[in-house]
Design a protein around this ligand. Structure first.
Ligand code: NAD
Ligand code: FES
Length: 274
């Protein structure tokens, strides 16, 4: 079965949005889950957290950054082209409940998976404060969309070109030091950012959830590729996660495992470019 790309657009340099025709996946998708796609028979499988889904139109939205061979190849595809595989929804859905005030933190491309969560938290009556950050203004994605689903939206850029001059973690700390009671924080972005958010929230004893993005192969708990250490126990992000309590995550192990195949990834990219 093939999965048609019904829309493709570039959001900011190197970051693209695609709507993929996959009615069964769209019908079952929940915030927090992911899909694994494969461009063609020889292709590598890549996991991507679901950015949105439309049950009536039967499509799933993915947002990805051009990094390695596969994402560069994907970025060259256009509306009307087809993907070989689009498997999902995989992983556990986020536990979205009415708890009060929730802070959603998205860093860089991590803003994409935060968006459906912000919307879902707000829909059931939580107060949603969103913090989004990027290296600079021209790399900031989904600002209008996040604004529409948040009671308050705070922006940070590393270079100060928009909003707070600094990291998203500065704004998390400001909120925690303020008067408002925060009931939960959800942070998604590069592992270094999630580790920093976990460090900031730790002394405040506020539940902090992160979404992990280890290397994945089968996505069904069989290959062990996505193993992570959570509170001293080995877990598989694809079936036990991808979301975990930040204070339990061994971020150093996650980061070292993510860099394990960097040499092979670079070689594959170089061969593809030739
Ligand atoms: P980036 O490097 O541009 O960083 C985005 C923001 O994160 C920064 O603007 C800053 O506010 C914050 N940040 C970065 N380093 C920080 C630090 N040391 N301390 C505090 N805050 C920090 O992000 P990018 O290039 O868009 O990130 C891509 C990464 O996000 C990839 O590694 C990708 O795998 C990951 N990602 C993860 C998920 C997920 O589901 N976990 C989803 C999408 C992307
Ligand atoms: Fe294979 Fe999770 S991706 S066990």
């Amino acid at each position: 079965m093939a999965y048609k790309i019904v829309e493709k657009r570039q959001l900011v340099p190197d970051v693209h949005l695609m709507n993929i025709e996959a009615p069964d996946v769209a019908a079952a998708a929940k915030p927090g889950q992911f899909i694994i796609l494969r461009i063609d028979e020889e292709g590598e499988r890549i996991p991507l957290t679901i950015a949105d889904y439309d049950v009536d139109e039967g499509f799933v939205t993915i947002i990805f950054q051009e990094m390695g061979k596969t994402t560069k190849q994907l970025a060259k595809m256009a509306a009307g082209d087809e993907l070989q595989d689009f498997v999902g929804p995989l992983g556990k859905a986020s536990e979205i409940e009415k708890i009060g005030t929730v802070v959603l933190v998205g860093g860089g491309v991590g803003i994409a998976p935060v968006y459906p969560q912000a919307r879902a938290y707000r829909e059931i009556g939580n107060k949603v404060i969103s913090i989004i950050g990027a290296r600079n203004e021209s790399l900031l994605i989904l600002e209008d969309e996040m604004n529409a689903v948040s009671d308050e939206l705070l922006v940070a850029t590393d270079d100060g070109s928009k909003g707070h001059h600094g990291f998203v973690t500065d704004l998390v700390k400001e909120l925690l030091d303020g008067d408002e009671k925060i009931d939960r924080i959800v942070a998604i972005g590069p592992p270094i950012m999630m580790r920093a958010v976990a460090g900031v929230t730790d002394p405040y004893d506020v539940e902090t959830i992160v979404s992990l993005n280890p290397i994945m192969v089968d996505g069904t708990g069989m290959c062990g590729g996505c193993r992570v250490n959570i509170g001293g126990e080995t877990k598989f992000a694809c079936v036990d996660g991808p979301e975990f309590n930040a204070k339990d995550v061994d971020f150093n192990l996650l980061m070292s495992r993510l860099s394990l195949y960097r040499k092979e990834e670079m070689e594959s990219l170089e061969t593809y470019k030739k």
